[in-house]
Design a protein around this ligand. Structure first.
Ligand SMILES: [Zn+2]
Length: 127
């Protein structure tokens, strides 16, 4: 298990754009800067965010359909912004989880690879 404070600092830098979203997420997973965070909790937090993202996609569908059927003004721009923030937040959390788990990923295809490999077993890219 990694030092969450270190990870949190990295994530915070990376997350200037999605700060509000991430703040909520870290609250959700019960993490505060300087504390150790459980990988399981972080993984559960990511799944929860992914579930909320699916709800947002569904909301876009509903809004588009209402606009089509009865000309209701829909607030799609807000929904799109929420989705973009959540997608960024999830990506950032996944980076944080990789760091906690000391996972290395291929820079080309994103597959999990051993730290020492010279070439990715998935796509063959030099590491
Ligand atoms: Zn690869």
């Amino acid at each position: 298990m990694g030092d969450f404070k270190e990870t949190f600092e990295k994530v915070k830098d990376h997350a200037a754009i999605v700060g509000r979203e991430l703040g909520k997420i870290f609250e959700d997973v019960g993490a505060r800067a300087g504390e150790f965070i459980d990988q399981t909790k972080l993984a559960a937090g990511i799944r929860e965010q992914e579930r909320q993202l699916e709800c947002l996609y569904a909301e876009v569908g509903r809004a588009v359909y209402s606009a089509h059927t009865d000309g209701t003004e829909s607030n799609l721009d807000n929904l799109y912004a929420d989705i973009a923030a959540k997608v960024d937040a999830i990506a950032t959390l996944k980076v944080a989880l990789d760091e906690l788990k000391k996972v290395h990923r291929c820079h080309s295809c994103g597959r999990e690879v051993e730290k020492e490999v010279k070439f990715c077993p998935g796509c063959g890219a030099e590491q």
